[in-house]
Every structure is written in C-alpha cells, then in structure tokens.
Design a protein around this ligand. Structure first.
Ligand code: HEC
Ligand code: HEC
Length: 298
C-alpha cells in the first residue's frame, strides 16, 4: 500500500474509533435522568401503556465501551491500522507458512514411510490407502468423481481398464506430468457420410455391440491402415499413446453410435492436468497406490 493511503486509512480508522467513543458518551447523557410526567414521549398503547424518555441503561453503554476497547487492543496486536503490522507481527502468509511447516513436520515422516515402501506393499497397506483416499478426495474428485468412477471424458479409475497403463511408473507419470489423449478428426480421411457410418458400425462391432455386415466391413481396410497406428489392427489400444482399447466393454466417451460418430468426426482431446508440483513425489506415490488399489484390491 502506498504510504499516503496507509496514513489515510490509519487516520480514518483512528478517527472513527474516537468518534464512536464520543457518540456513545454523548448518547449516554441524553434524556432526563428523573422520571417526571413531562418525560413521557407521548406514545400511548392500549389506553394506558406509555413510553418514558429514558436514557439507555448503563450496562448497555458499557458493552459498547468494551467492544471499543477490544477493537483498540486488537488493532495494537494485529494489523488493522493502515500499514502498521501489529505487535505480534502476524500475517496471513506467515500463518499459512507456519501451518504448512507444521503439516510437513507432522505428515512428512508418515508420507516418507509409505513412499519408501515397495509398490505392492503400499497397495496392501490399509493406512497408506486411507491416506491416499483423503488425498484423492482433496485433489481428484472434481474430475474423477467422489467414487472415482469418472464420467464421459473422465476415465473410470475403478474398472481396471487403463488408457495409460497401470504400473507404478505409469500411474506416477500420469499424476506427475498429466496426460493428453490426442485423437484428431478423421472425417476427411473417411470421405463420405456413408464411410463414417460404416466406420462407426465397424468400431461398435469390435466390442460386440453390433454385428458387422458387409457395409461395416468395408471400413476394415481403413481401420487397419489408419486407425491401427494407434489403436492396433485388432483395436486393442496402446497405452503408450493413451489410445483406448475399442474391443472391451468400457468406453471413455460412450459407446452409442452418436458418441462414436462425434469422436471420429470432431476428434477428442482429453487432458489430465499435471499434479507433480502440487503434490510432491511422496504424496504422488501414495495416490498412485490408492488409484491402483481401486481396481486391484482383493
Ligand atoms: C481437471 C480434471 C482432472 C483432475 C483434477 C484429475 N484428473 Fe485424472 N484424468 C483426467 C482426464 C480428462 C483423464 C483422461 C486423459 C485422457 O483422455 O487420456 C485423466 C486420466 C487419469 C488417469 C489415467 C487413467 C488410465 O486409464 O490410464 C489417472 C490414473 C488419473 N487421471 C488419476 C488422477 C488423480 C490421482 C488425480 C488427483 C491427483 C487426478 N487424476 C486429477 C482429468 C483429471
Ligand atoms: C494418432 C493416434 C490415433 C489414431 C490414428 C486414431 N485414434 Fe482414435 N483415439 C486416439 C486417442 C489417443 C484416443 C483417446 C482420446 C482422449 O483421451 O481424449 C482415441 C479415442 C478414440 C475413440 C473413443 C474411445 C472411447 O473409449 O470412448 C474411438 C471410438 C476412436 N478413437 C476411434 C478411432 C478410429 C475409428 C480411428 C481411425 C479412423 C482412430 N480412432 C484413429 C488415438 C488415435
């Protein structure tokens, strides 16, 4: 804050407190102190219920003075008057740093212990998984859902079907660096509307959703020359590219003819953002074990 405004705010704050003191002392002295008839303000209810012009009770005024004293004390101790930092030297950033350090001191050794475990051991450790569950709830549920079952475009992490692989290294890499599934539009390659329709039906036949008739089979050569580069000739996918298995019952974007058509015509571009910097290595390892356990626990 520039010095001028700091002083401006400080002067305003102090003047306001002084004004409050004055106002309350003044208000406390208003009105007659003795009950005389002429001190009735003249309001009458129900024929005989009248209102005295009495000052506020003393205890009520004292409450105001106590709150003012509290405010003055508060502004001496904490930052509140312009740029004055308060005698305690408290600051939001300082408190955040302190809490982070306290959390690190408290949880650091626990994270350390779990991160040092072998992957298989960590996956079988209930405490590590419980910690993983709470990390997941904090950082991952916005996209993958609180039950980790995802939704269209957000993979289900409980079905043991992996776009990018399920080794510890795979999952840690996914969380640390993020992933970007790139499926471009193939409308131009497929040419006609009919060609696209045939491809949609051919893709659906790969997972047994429909029987491939002659027309659908006309898409097979294109699949083998174009799509197979990423999805493999049999359509089983490639975890190095994040290309989904098209032969299984799960699908990332839905298996209706419409959604497969949209995928082929418009392309898809699923982005898992990197979390390495946010989480650090140890918490990432604990999360990787938790994610793996979701579809691989006994
Ligand atoms: C902003 C949304 C978003 C957040 C937050 C997010 N993810 Fe993801 N995640 C995605 C998307 C989208 C994909 C799929 C990327 C693709 O299409 O290849 C994905 C993919 C994954 C995969 C790969 C699944 C597979 O089948 O290989 C894992 C594992 C994963 N996320 C774990 C996590 C964990 C753990 C967190 C929390 C630290 C997290 N994600 C947070 C959106 C998100
Ligand atoms: C360059 C590699 C590449 C090629 C070539 C490719 N795909 Fe894909 N495909 C992907 C990737 C990667 C994804 C996942 C996109 C995402 O994660 O958002 C995908 C997703 C899909 C999906 C959605 C699957 C689901 O689970 O929802 C379908 C269907 C599909 N591709 C069909 C095709 C067809 C048909 C062709 C050929 C015309 C083709 N792909 C060519 C890489 C490719």
């Amino acid at each position: 804050m520039p010095a001028f405004w700091a002083w401006f705010v400080a002067a305003g704050t102090i003047a306001f407190v002084i004004w409050c003191v004055w106002l309350i002392s003044w208000a406390g002295k208003q009105g007659p102190q003795n009950k005389e008839d002429e001190d009735l303000v003249g309001h009458v209810w129900d024929g005989d219920l009248e209102e005295w012009n009495n000052p506020a009770p003393k205890w009520w005024l004292y409450l105001y003075f106590i709150t003012i004293a509290w405010a003055v004390g508060y502004m001496i101790v904490y930052p509140g008057i312009g740029a004055f930092k308060g005698v305690l030297g408290w600051s939001q950033e300082g408190q955040y740093e302190e809490e982070m350090q306290a959390a690190e001191a408290r949880y650091g050794p626990i994270y350390e212990r779990f991160a040092a475990m072998e992957f298989a051991e960590r996956v079988a450790d209930p405490e590590a998984l419980e910690l993983g569950r709470s990390l997941f709830a904090n950082y991952c549920t916005t996209c993958h859902g609180s039950d980790a079952r995802g939704g269209p475009g957000y993979p289900n992490l409980t079905d043991n079907d992996w776009l990018w692989g399920n080794s510890e290294d795979n999952i840690v890499a996914t969380i640390t660096h993020g992933r970007n599934g790139i499926m471009t539009s193939w409308a131009a390659v497929l040419g006609s509307d009919e060609g696209i329709d045939n491809m949609v039906r051919y893709v659906r036949s790969l997972s047994g959703l429909e029987e491939a008739d002659e027309a659908a089979l006309t898409a097979q050569p294109t699949f083998t020359t174009v799509c197979a580069a990423c999805h493999t000739p049999a359509g089983t996918g490639n975890t190095a590219l994040g290309a989904p298995d098209l032969t299984d019952a799960t699908s990332l974007y839905g298996s209706s003819p419409e959604s497969i058509r949209t995928t082929i015509v418009e392309g898809r571009n699923g982005v898992m953002p990197p979390h390495g910097e946010l989480l650090g290595e140890k918490r990432t390892k604990i999360l990787a074990a938790y994610v793996y356990s979701l579809s691989n626990s006994e």
